[in-house]
Ligand binder design. Structure first.
Ligand SMILES: Nc1ncnc2c1ncn2[C@@H]1O[C@H](COP(=O)(O)OP(=O)(O)O)[C@@H](O)[C@H]1O
Ligand SMILES: [Mg+2]
Length: 373
């Protein structure tokens, strides 16, 4: 199930980008470095982090078929920085141009039930889980899986949003009420409602970022450790300080998933490391990922450059790590520390051009490099 090789787009071509946040911005910067232009499309593109650095921006809805057609005809290929772009949008764009990653990948990644079913079907382990469409389903799942669980909305969750922890003695109905009525407002064909997962007492959390070209060539960055604060990624340590066998297994799993998805582009796989050194897949995102930002400063080619290379039919770049790294997110008011960070020798500061520092909002990040261990 391999795609026909993508036509090779020469520098000067224009990449269409669905989504206008910092991931789109950093992809556009990487594209510009290689001589490509980027045209961003999003309902909220006006003045966005991506639009500030793109050659063109279209501000229009995901269901605006005319605007989508004009956009598709004005670019040479399309990619995305947000996996929740409606599948119908991507199907429409595909009538006029190539879109990678494609609709099959999105329908898996947009929905936690589809995602876990896909991963388990490959023989890859996750936490135990059950679908839940009502408070009764939640109670039944908790009775089967064990008292400590996490209830998550199947769709649209990010940064720990749309989740409720369930412990011994907690009320499943209350948990069900907090994740809210299922939103099934898009044409993605996914499941609505919730998923109950067994709570994993992990030793640490890691992620692996894989890049895959249209010819099936693959490369993977080393597993990195991710520490979260209030459900939001706080620090990434690259590489993760885990047993070599655990790192190898995490990489094998990520490559296997990218291959099975027939992915063209970048895939981030988040995993839990168990106290015994095994891995369980938590979730995945078919786009550059916050836990891969360190690659901009510490690797021969960044995750963003790799996305450009993959979707333009170019050879993949080297994932060689020239330094170890620690990336710290700047969330909300953290970004006010910019004068101090600018003055710190060796600190690689990245700011996303967001005007308003709302609590919980990713404003930028800083990467510090260390000699390779
Ligand atoms: N089953 C689980 N057991 C233990 N911790 C979990 C579980 N699921 C999620 N978490 C914690 O919550 C964080 C966010 O959950 P995740 O599923 O990655 O959703 P998202 O990143 O989309 O908000 C995880 O990184 C992890 O720290
Ligand atoms: Mg996550």
């Amino acid at each position: 199930m391999t795609n026909a090789p993508l036509p090779r787009l020469a520098p000067g071509a224009t990449i269409g980008m669905l989504g206008a946040g910092q991931l789109g911005r950093m992809t556009a910067l990487a594209a510009a470095q290689l001589g490509y232009k980027t045209h961003v499309y999003a309902p909220d593109a006006a003045g966005s982090p991506a639009a500030q650095v793109c050659a063109a921006a279209t501000v229009a809805g995901w269901d605006d078929l005319d605007a989508l057609e004009r956009f598709a005809r004005s670019v040479d290929t399309v990619t995305l920085e947000w996996e929740n772009v409606p599948v119908a949008t991507v199907e429409h764009l595909r009538r006029f141009t190539t879109v990678n990653p494609g609709p099959n990948v999105l329908s898996v990644a947009q929905d936690r039930i589809n995602e876990k079913s896909f991963v388990n079907a490959l023989g890859i382990a996750t936490a135990p889980w059950r679908p839940a469409a009502s408070a009764d389903d939640v109670a039944r799942a908790v009775a089967e899986i064990g008292p400590r669980c996490v209830l998550k909305s199947t769709r649209m969750g990010y940064d720990g949003k749309g989740q409720a922890r369930i412990g011994a003695g907690s009320d499943p109905a209350e948990a069900w009420a907090t994740i809210g009525a299922p939103a099934s407002d898009d044409a993605g064909g996914g499941t609505a409602g919730g998923i109950v997962e067994g709570f994993v007492t992990f030793a640490c959390e890691v992620s692996v970022i894989v890049v895959r070209g249209g010819d099936g060539a693959m490369a993977a960055y080393p597993a990195v450790e991710n520490r979260h604060k209030d459900g939001i990624l706080d620090v990434t340590v690259a590489p993760a300080k885990i047993a070599p066998e655990t790192a190898t297994e995490a990489e094998r799993v990520a490559r296997r998933i990218a291959e099975a998805l027939d992915l063209v582009g970048v895939l981030a796989v988040e995993l839990f490391v168990t106290p015994e050194g095994g891995v369980l897949v938590n979730e995945m995102a078919p786009r550059p990922h916050n836990s891969g930002h360190w690659t901009m400063d510490a690797c021969a080619s960044s995750q963003f450059e790799q996305l450009v290379r993959a979707v333009c039919g170019l050879p993949l770049g080297s994932v060689e790590r020239v330094a170890d790294a620690e990336m710290v997110n700047l969330i909300g008011d953290d970004a006010a520390r910019w004068p101090e960070l600018m003055a710190e020798p060796g600190a690689r500061l990245h700011l996303y051009g967001k005007a308003e520092a709302r609590p919980g909002r990713k404003m930028g990040h800083v990467t510090r490099l260390f000699p390779r261990g």
